[in-house]
Design a protein around this ligand. Sequence first.
Ligand SMILES: Cc1cc2nc3c(=O)[nH]c(=O)nc-3n(C[C@H](O)[C@H](O)[C@H](O)COP(=O)(O)OP(=O)(O)OC[C@H]3O[C@@H](n4cnc5c(N)ncnc54)[C@H](O)[C@@H]3O)c2cc1C
Length: 510
Amino acid sequence: MNTTDVIVVGGGGTGLAAAISACTAGVSVVLLEKNPTLGGTTARSIGSISATQTQYQAREGITDSPDEHFEDMGKFSSKHANRADNEKLARILVDNVPQTMRWLGEKGVSFLGPLEEPPHRKPRMHQVMPNSAAYIFHLERDARKRGVSIVTQARAKRLLGTAAAVTGVEYTDAKGETQTLLARRGVILASGDYAADPQFKTAFISEAVGATEAVNPTNTGDGHRMAMDMGARIINQDMFGGGMRFIRPVVPAWQSRLPPWAWLMRWCATLLKMAPQSLVRHFVMGFLTTVLVPARELFRDGAILINASGERFADENKPMVFELAFQPEAKGYIVFDAAVAKKYSQWPDFVSTAPGIAFAYLQDYERNRPDLFHRASTLEGLAASLGVDPRHLKASVKDYNDGTTSDGGARLSPRGPRPAIGEGPYYALGPVKNYINYTDGGLAINSDLQVLGAQDVPIGRLFAAGATGQGGLLLKGHGNHLGWGFTSGRLAGGYAAQLPPRDFSTKPKP
Ligand SMILES: Cc1cc2nc3c(=O)[nH]c(=O)nc-3n(C[C@H](O)[C@H](O)[C@H](O)COP(=O)(O)OP(=O)(O)OC[C@H]3O[C@@H](n4cnc5c(N)ncnc54)[C@H](O)[C@@H]3O)c2cc1C
C-alpha cells in the first residue's frame, strides 16, 4: 500500500494549485488525474480572472481594492436573486485572489488587461495569454519540478477511512486495476463539477440539461459522490452556466496554438499595445471566434434557429433553447436574411463578444470560421450549403413569416414583434449546440476549506476546492470561477500540508 502526505484528486487548475502549494510547504504530494492529460475544464475555458491590486492594474495607474471587488460582485444580481451567497467564501476569494495573480505570474502565466466588465467599477478582468492551456502548461511544469508525483489515468473511486478521519483514496490505474493510496496528512478533492453527469444533472436541474452535452465531457461529479458517501452535501445543486455556442473548429486558429512561453507572451503583450487596432483585432479574433457564443439579439432581430433537417423547432427568444438537446445530432443553424446580415456587420450589433476584449461581427466569422459561415442567394442554395432538406427550410421560413407555427411563429419577442425573414442573400451560422459550461453545485465547506459532513461537522482531513468545493459561493460575473479555483486550491494545499502526519507504518487504517 503506497503512502504520501497529501493526495490531490484532479489535475485541473485547482488541483495543480493545491498540489504545488502543499509541495512548497515541504510535504510529499500525489496528484491523481483520471484523464491521460491534465487540464480539465480549466484548459477549455476562456481563461479570464477578475482580481484587484495586480501588477497589470498598477501599470495602468488603477487603484483598486478587494472591498470594491466584493461590493461589485453583489451588483451582478439578476440571475442570483433570492439566493443567499456564502459571504465568508466570497471574502476569502476577493482577499486572496490578488496574491493568486502574483503567484501565477511567478509560475510564468501572463495576462492581457485589465479589461472592463461592468458593473465592476474598475477594469479588473485579466485574460490569460495566449489561452487557458497556458495555466496548465506552467503549473504542470512547476509541479513536476518541485517533485509532485502526477499519476494520470488514475480515477479516484472511493475515500478510505471514516467521516472522523479520511485516510486515503482508492483508485483505478491505467490498467484498470484497483490501487490504494494512503494520505498521512489529508486529501483534497479538486475533481471539478458534474457538467457531464446526466444522472446528477437530471436529478438536480432538468431532463433537458441532463441530455445536454458538456464542454468538458469528463467532469462527472466523482469528488462530489465520494464526499457524499461520507455524509457531505451539495449547495446550489441546480445552478449551472451554459447555452448555445458555435462548435469548435477541427483545427484551432494559429493564435491559439502559440506556445505559452513567458518571454513570448510578454513580447506579444508589448506588441499588441503598440500595434494598430486592426492588427490587434485580427490577432484576438483568431482565437475568440473559436469559443464565442452567438448574441441572442440576432433572434430578436429576425434570425431563426433550425435543426439539421431544416426545421424550426422552438421559440428562439428563450434564455436557453433547451429543445436543441433533443434535435438530430443535437445541433442547429442560425438562419437570417440580408437585412440582419447588414445590421450584424458593424457596431453596435455584434454576432458575439468576449466582454471587454473584442466584438466579433459577421465578417469576422466569414474570415476566421469559414466552417461556420454559409451564404446563398436563395433558400434552396442555403439548404444545399447546410445539407438540410430545402422543403423543410422553406416551410420553416414561411411558417415563421406567417406566424402559423403552434407558438404563433414566435414572432413576438419581449421587445415587440420580430421582423419577418425578407430578401436574400440568405445566411446561416452554425452548427451551434447547447453546452453546459459548468455546474455551480459545490460541496458544503467551512472557511478552512474542510468538507462538512453530517450536522455540518467537518469530515476529518478532507478538503474540497475549486468547483468541487464551491460551497454556496455565487461566482457572479466573469473571471471568478478560475479566481476561486486557483485561490481555494492554493489555500487548501497549504492547510492540508499543515496537518500533523499520521504514522501508518504500524497500524494501517484503510
Ligand atoms: C467554455 C468555458 C469558458 C469558461 N471561461 C471562464 C473564464 O473565462 N473565467 C472563469 O473564471 N471561469 C471560466 N469557466 C469556468 C472555469 O473554467 C471552471 O469553473 C474551472 O476551470 C474549474 O476548475 P477546477 O480545477 O475546479 O475543475 P477542472 O478544471 O475541471 O479540473 C478537474 C479535474 O479533475 C479530474 N477528475 C475528475 N474526476 C476525477 C477522478 N475521479 N479522479 C481523478 N481525477 C478526476 C478531471 O478530469 C479534471 O482534470 C469557463 C468554463 C467553460 C466551460
